[in-house]
Ligand binder design. Structure first.
Ligand code: 3EB
Length: 343
């Protein structure tokens, strides 16, 4: 098949590889379209890394993205991006330590430049955003830093005319122990199909008890990625029912509840596409707040899904803080399956 398929969409592909496998891809010359590295070296420009400790035995891993060959790269303000004309990957690493504790302003600047970069490439629709916030649960001077981040993020969405409520991209927001405010994103020319979880209040409608401005993300997003395939992007998913955290202090029950939420959002996604997604076949990242909880999280997942399921053979476990103090575990994922959107 040619690089441009029958729908006119140059295919986007993703594969989860070990660090040596992903480095081998770039050794022959041109680097792949882009990658999101977990525990990978910081100096690879095409593979921005996540500054978190890898807890899985396989060690450093990467989600490597492939697009068409004609890749342009550039910078727009604080954003470094790569674009093939149809798909765009971007990264922001903003050292905000000199700006005081307040994260609203750096978040606003980061997202303002992000939307500027989308306008420049014509890939104006965000599909998926990965947010990594240093000291996410710390007090920023009267307000938790995650809540400050939500202020700046939502403001930038609204100012850019981007969907800040229904239609927001899929996203995750985790806490890292050191480093810069790190944002990675995938964008395209066509708006994704947002998916919500019927067990949960939409995050963009959380009540003000969780902060003056709601988080800006959909529970999942679906997108046609060429070649007759659909991608499902599942946002960070945790032990929240309605808008409340459930199973306080119980990592086992929180992991089980997270699996119920993942099943619910996958079922909701399957209602919107002819593609068929399942919990056992997604590429997941499992974020664990307390390293000592990792064996319990792993045990629950293995009991429910089987140690030899696709999800557990490919899962990456990372040490990270979760956006609410009382959440101990969070899981995000993506998957690709044959099918289309609409009827
Ligand atoms: C939650 O469901 C857990 O702020 O972008 C999950 C996914 C969470 C994305 C974000 C936050 C975000 O509210 C936290």
């Amino acid at each position: 098949m040619s690089a441009r398929d029958f729908n006119g969409v140059p295919p986007l592909r993703v594969e989860r590889l070990s660090l040596p496998q992903s480095l081998a891809l770039s050794s022959g010359g041109q680097a792949p379209f882009g990658a999101l590295g977990y525990g990978t070296p910081a100096h690879l420009s095409w593979m921005p890394t996540v500054n978190a400790r890898v807890l899985s035995e396989a060690g450093a891993m990467a989600d490597v993205w492939h697009a068409s060959e004609h890749i342009e790269s550039g910078t727009t303000g604080v954003v470094r991006w790569r674009c093939d004309g149809h798909w765009m990957l971007g990264a922001i690493d903003l050292d905000e330590t000199s700006e005081g504790a307040d994260l609203a302003e750096p978040a606003h600047r980061a997202y303002r430049d992000l939307f500027q970069s989308l306008a420049q490439t014509g890939c104006t629709h965000l599909l998926r955003v990965w947010n990594y916030l240093p000291r996410i649960n710390a007090d920023g001077g009267g307000l938790e830093r995650y809540r400050q981040f939500n202020l700046g993020r939502q403001q930038a969405f609204v100012e850019a005319g981007q969907a800040a409520f229904e239609g927001a991209p899929a996203a995750c927001a985790l806490g890292i122990h050191q480093g810069a405010l790190s944002i990675r994103f995938l964008a395209g020319r066509v708006a994704p199909l947002p998916v919500e979880n019927p067990r949960q209040v939409s995050a963009y409608h959380y009540p003000p008890a969780y902060g003056p401005r709601s988080p800006t993300f959909s529970r999942a997003a679906l997108a046609e990625i060429g070649g007759g395939d659909v991608a499902l992007f599942i946002s960070g998913t945790a032990s929240i029912v309605g808008h409340e955290t459930v199973h306080l202090g119980d990592v086992r029950a929180q992991t089980e509840e997270t699996l119920r939420n993942l099943e619910a959002v996958i079922a909701a996604a399957n209602e919107r596409t002819s593609a068929r997604f399942g919990l056992d076949s997604i590429d997941a990242v499992v974020y664990v707040r307390h390293v000592a909880d990792t064996p319990i999280v792993r045990q629950v997942l293995e009991q429910r899904l089987g140690a030899h399921s696709h999800i557990l053979r490919h899962a990456v476990y990372l040490e990270a803080d979760i956006c609410r103090q009382d959440l101990l575990v969070e899981i995000e994922a993506h998957a690709v399956a044959a099918g289309s959107l609409g009827d």
